[in-house]
Design a protein around this ligand. Structure first.
Ligand code: FES
Length: 68
């Protein structure tokens, strides 16, 4: 599933990047280009990185992803 439509970044790519060491949204911006345009993907990107174990946030969006 695409998370960042502006840059064509998928959930799988974000999880892989987080697994390989991206621990913050800034890391994802630098490495993948996530949230560098409209920013609508930012909450989901933070949730995904938080789910993998990063330090990017664990707010309501993260909780919505916990059950998938
Ligand atoms: S959807 Fe990611 S920057 Fe627009």
């Amino acid at each position: 599933m695409y998370v960042c439509n502006c840059n064509g970044i998928t959930e799988r790519e974000i999880v892989a990047a987080a697994t390989l060491g991206c621990a913050t949204l800034e890391d994802l911006r630098r490495d993948l280009g996530v949230a560098t345009c409209c920013g609508k993907c930012e909450p989901v990107a933070r949730a995904l990185i938080g789910r993998v174990g990063g330090h990017c946030g664990n707010g309501p969006a993260a909780q919505s992803w916990a059950g998938d």
